[in-house]
Design a protein around this ligand. Sequence first.
Ligand SMILES: [Zn+2]
Length: 383
Amino acid sequence: MADQNEKILHRLLQQDGNSICADCDSKNLEWASYNIGIFLCTRCCAVHRSMGAHISKVKHLKLDKWEDSQIQRMIDVGNKSARLKYENRVPACYRRPKENDPQILIEQWIRAKYERLEFCMIERPSYTSGRMEGFLMKRGKEDSRYQPRKFVLSGLHDTLRYYVKEKREPKAILRISELNVVYAPSKIGNPNSLQLTFMKEGTTRHIYVYHDDPEVINNWYMAIRCAKLHRLQIAYPSASESDLVDLLTHDFTREGWLLKTGPRATDSYKRRWFTLDDRKLMYHDDQLDAHPKGEIFLGNQLDGYYVRIGAPPGAKDQGYSFTLFTPERVYNMSSHSEQDRDEWIAAIQNVLERPLSPQDNSISARLIRKRGGTNPKNIFTGR
Ligand SMILES: [Zn+2]
């Protein structure tokens, strides 16, 4: 019978819906949950196992022995019908994880689906309400220590406030519509952590927070997305929901350490933490700085922006150099390896080739205003 069961499993894997992981869409399937009746990748299987056998019982497709009743369960259910059941009411703002997404996103998605049955209930999860409040550990801007701070999200007022002392005025009021949020586990050194990024007085500000409970931090992430979606739906009533969902939050395109020289060719190289955030290339002294030391707007290549291998004339070539040319300045950077350099160039080139959107123009205008408009060669005045 064993051979027979292996054949059936193999055949089932070819069926519609069963060729990708039930939870993250990975194509590398090696496992199954035989009580739920779904096929899984190795990473999602580990989360299923961690929930306990009372929620999910997992087996390897090839290395484990399968009983006929277990095979029958896989035939009866399968990924497609399990999705209909467990993802019946996933809120539009919820970020469904993909294969390489942060662990917390995958883990909380799987727990929400099968442990909390969050998307089977008629009752909507609280993070969709547009209101949320609670304490998060926030990194101090100056002293870098994490302190509990009360955060209050109000979709109605388009604000996220945080308080140092509860009864006093808020320390800061952020506009939700201008806020981006990303998971930042490796940077902060805590799996349940977020980086909030927004523009303040013409410059970018980063705030770093974490919470001991992964469900709480994940709910904050989804709550910000939900509040943003509500605002967008009011502003663009005729836009389709799926188009708006794409605008809610975006991960940084690329981050890492690079060496960079100052504006003069003779300046020495200094180590900087670079973040490519859509059309903004920011560099910082340290990974967890509250403000970037510099922000470079990446326009379109037709407007005089380009990136090349090597150092500019007269500059020292240190390691794996590359140079970014903008109409205002030449930036000379250097990477620790050829591969890293090539990946940076490809990522920047990709941005330079993209046409500018109206939102891009507004980011550029705000960054320029910060520079006091002293440069007469505005990067948007013609080609
Ligand atoms: Zn998976």
